[in-house]
Design a protein around this ligand. Sequence first.
Ligand code: F6R
Length: 365
Amino acid sequence: DKANYRHFMAKEIHEQPEVVGHTLARYVDMATERVALPVKLPFDFKNIQRINLTACGTASYAGLVAKYWFERFARLPVEVDVASEFRYREAPLRKGDLAIFISQSGETADTLAALRYAKAEGAHTIAVVNVPTSTIARESETVLQTLAGPEIGVASTKAFTCQLMVLASVAIAAGKARGQLSEEDETRLVHGLVEIPRLMADALSTELQIEKLAHRIAKSRDVLYLGRGTSFPLALEGALKLKEISYIHAEGYAAGELKHGPIALIDETTPVVVIAPNDRVFEKTVSNMQEVVARGGNIILMTDAKGAAEATVDSLVTIVMPDMPAAFTPMVYAVPVQLLAYHTAVVIGADVDQPRNLAKSVTVE
Ligand code: F6R
């Protein structure tokens, strides 16, 4: 049931601090601040040479965020594919490689086919799934469950942030096993994860401001989303969320790609949502924003207090997010990104929980 919310999507956005917290408690030992995976992996990360992450849609964006984490924490090369491409590409996997499949439903036809392919190639397989009785869960070697609870809204929200929590934990575990992270590093990173549910709750307090902003976005024909680093996949996710539930055309880009084409789209009618926590690539994103402003573009900036103070650009709206460690910002910045899509769809009067042409679980290819 929808509790007191108008839509399942709203309820599920608001549930995130709680369900991400449950997922966290399953993957880390809160007392010692160490990663403690709920199952023993049938391999040692020391012997893994590369990871293939495969999924569809929003789940594939969780995979793209995780790529940054595995590469940084564990120095492991990661390839991310959408399942519909991976399954037919005949990607060479070596026996003993690791293939990770991410799926809320655990029934997505392309992701399942990709899993079967990876198994046939002799890879180790991990499924990050929300439904533990699903086909993908049953058929993979190891299951790492997200504890998002049932997700009813067609647009994925809480499953995404729970996927990120699981993947962050596994990436830290990999870094530790490979000797890339010290005990202190692990403690610092896990401490960062432990803070996430509270920070997500703080992020929900941007809702009134975002609701106002949604009235402006609802009048746009196109919207651009920009981000760098782990904020880049979130830009892709923001654009997907907006188009699927509000039917407004949106594109997500790596901020540095702007001048390689999309900058031609900038004018005063196309809002540019910039996801830019004050991290080590912040300065670079600021110069991209200057390029947008110089061409008459209107910026909606999602950043923290320090970023807001340091951004030398005139933004239309600045959404000030809580301060937090740079590594895990996507889980927290997902909240305003989801809220913006949600409220825009509500303003437009779209059927938020049942967008046209879409099914919750895509069991045919
Ligand atoms: C977007 C959305 C879809 C799903 C995709 C994969 O909001 O919900 O893009 O993420 O269809 O579905 P699962 O995770 O069930 O494999």
